[in-house]
Structures are given as C-alpha cells and as structure tokens.
Write a protein that binds this ligand. Structure first.
Ligand SMILES: NC(=O)c1ccc[n+]([C@@H]2O[C@H](COP(=O)([O-])OP(=O)(O)OC[C@H]3O[C@@H](n4cnc5c(N)ncnc54)[C@H](OP(=O)(O)O)[C@@H]3O)[C@@H](O)[C@H]2O)c1
Length: 283
C-alpha cells in the first residue's frame, strides 16, 4: 500500500515509519523541515516538505502522491501549546481530508485520544459520547477532537485511534521529558484521577494494523487503567525523581478507557499490557 504519513517525525511517527517500511508499504512522509526530510529519506521513505495549515500545498502534495491511505499522526505538542494543537487537529485534519477526498484517497487512519469521554465511574468504551463540556481548557481540546474525528469520518474508510497517554522514547513520560521535569520540581501530586497509558511503540503497531481495520473509533490503551496514587509513584521511581505528595479527588472524566474492542474485535494486543512493567523500561 502507498501511505502518506503526516507527523512522520513525531513521537509516534518515528516508531511507525520503520514498521510501515518493514511491512513492505511505500511511504511518502511529511515534514516541515529540511532536516526532517533528510532523515526521512535516509530511512527509505519519500519525503515532502509541507505545512498542513497551507491548504493549497496539502492539496498539491496529496494529489501528487496519490496514496492509498493517509495516516495522520500530527500534533503540535512539543511546546505543550494546547491552542496550536487544537488548530492542527481542526485545520490540519480538514485540509488533509479535503485533499484526500479530491484525490480519491479512500482511507484515513487518524490519531485521537482516549480521555475525551464524558464523565463516569468506570473506564469508558467507545459507546460513551465524547465530552460536551464547556469548561476550558478541556473544551478546546475536546472540540478540536470532535472536529478531527468528524472530518476523518467523511472519507469512506476511516479509523480513529483513541490513544492512551503515551509513554516511552520521545514522549512526555521519559527520562528528560516534561513529566520528569515536573516531578523533579514537585509540581505533581498523586490523587484518584484515572489514566490509561500506552507505550509509544504499541501506538505505532496499532497504526500499522489499522491500515486493514474496519471504520470506526477504537481505544488503543493498555490493560490497566489506574489512579495517579498508584502510577505516579512508580513513574517517579522509574525516572529517579522524588516521590510525589498524595492528594485526593478526580474529575468525572478522569476515568481511563477500556480496550476490549481493540483486543477482541481487532486482534490488537499491547506488547506492554501494563504501565507497571512498561515504566520500568524508562530508567
Ligand atoms: N496521546 C498522547 O499522550 C500524546 C499524543 C501525541 C503527542 N503527545 C506528546 O506530545 C509531545 C510532543 O509530540 P511530538 O514529539 O510528536 O511532537 P509534535 O511537535 O507534537 O509534532 C508531531 C508531528 O507533527 C508534525 N507537525 C506539527 N505541526 C505541523 C504542521 N503545521 N505541518 C506539518 N507537520 C506538522 C511534526 O512534523 P515536523 O516538526 O517535522 O514538521 C511532527 O512530525 C510528546 O512528548 C508526546 O508525549 C502525547
């Protein structure tokens, strides 16, 4: 299959590109930078330099590549800029979907998140509606995800990968990452908020497999949603940071996500089924 990979140089894209190439796919990989393009070409991909916010350029690039599928692993989170990230999700996705539509590309696999569900007491499955909160900054994030998912669903074949919180190389949850810094500064406390994690390599494996999945949203998370008072001390220990203070309480949406659909109907299995063992690799 010929795949146009947007976000090829990001945390997930870096893991995904070699998997796609090893599986025999032809890849046209997107980056904004000359350095990114050189790296992608050295790995064996075709590279196209492009800002996905430039609608005409996206249209030209997708038409020229004429791929069988678009894989969307774009975020704008390197600076933890939630507004910029929401813009990439809204406008970047809009531009990619319209360009794909215009070029007759039938399939998109797009990155979403598994913590945008309405509140509840148990981990959410895919039947739970996305949160229609008006509370900022969550409203900006969820609104942009709704726009991303709705736009992607305009293509006849669309898989929405609702990823858990990524950890592992190149993520916030790694040595030298954002969370390590925050733990060292004592900014985090361990309450009852539940998170579902996902090793970044498992995120990439799911994206590769999703090229053949039926349309729809799928939670791609590990097997063990857990409250912060369980996972945060383990993360601190793995990263060599001081143990966090204990706190209480969680927002209703901090509920984790259920991966039954991915495991049973899609045959996806995380290679790191639990953050308990996965975090131990971070040291
Ligand atoms: N589910 C999750 O927990 C989750 C999901 C995603 C990210 N994150 C976190 O966010 C952090 C940063 O992610 P990241 O390292 O992947 O970097 P990032 O800055 O979010 O960039 C990701 C990818 O998007 C591309 N991109 C961004 N804006 C673009 C634009 N306007 N046009 C074309 N391409 C664009 C980048 O390409 P170029 O820069 O090469 O142009 C890069 O390939 C990570 O530490 C990760 O932990 C978490």
């Amino acid at each position: 299959m010929h795949v146009l990979l947007a976000g090829a140089t990001g945390a997930v894209g870096r893991q995904l590109l070699p998997l796609l190439l090893a599986a025999g796919h032809q890849v046209t990989a997107v980056t904004r930078t000359a350095a990114g393009a050189a790296t992608l070409r050295a790995q064996g991909a075709g590279a196209v330099r492009l800002d996905v916010l430039d609608r005409a350029a996206v249209e030209r690039a997708v038409a020229a590549a004429a791929p069988d599928a678009v894989v969307h692993q774009l975020t704008a989170l390197a600076e933890y800029d939630l507004a910029a990230n929401a813009r990439i999700r809204r406008e970047g996705t809009r531009n990619l979907v319209d360009a794909a539509h215009g070029a007759g590309v039938p399939r998109i696999v797009a990155q979403s998140i598994a913590w945008a569900y309405r509140g509840g007491d148990a981990p959410a499955d895919e039947t739970v509606p996305l949160d229609d909160t008006t509370e900022e900054p969550r409203a900006t994030t969820v609104g942009a995800l709704l726009a991303l998912e709705e736009a992607a669903a305009e293509l006849p074949e669309h898989v929405l990968l609702r990823y858990g919180m990524l950890y592992g190389p190149g993520t916030w949850y790694a040595k030298g990452g954002l969370m390590a810094d925050r733990l060292h500064r004592g900014e985090l406390s361990a309450g009852a908020a539940v998170t579902s994690f996902l090793h970044v390599e498992d995120a990439a494996r799911a994206a590769l497999a999703a090229l053949a999945w039926p349309s729809g949203a799928v939670n791609v998370v590990d097997d063990e949603p857990a409250p912060a008072h369980e996972w945060l001390p383990a993360l601190a220990a793995a990263l060599g940071a001081p143990a966090p203070a204990r706190s209480t309480g969680r927002a209703a949406w901090e509920r984790g996500a259920d991966n039954t659909l991915a495991r049973t109907a899609r045959g996806w299995r995380p290679t790191r089924p639990s953050w308990r063992t996965g975090f131990a690799e971070l040291g």
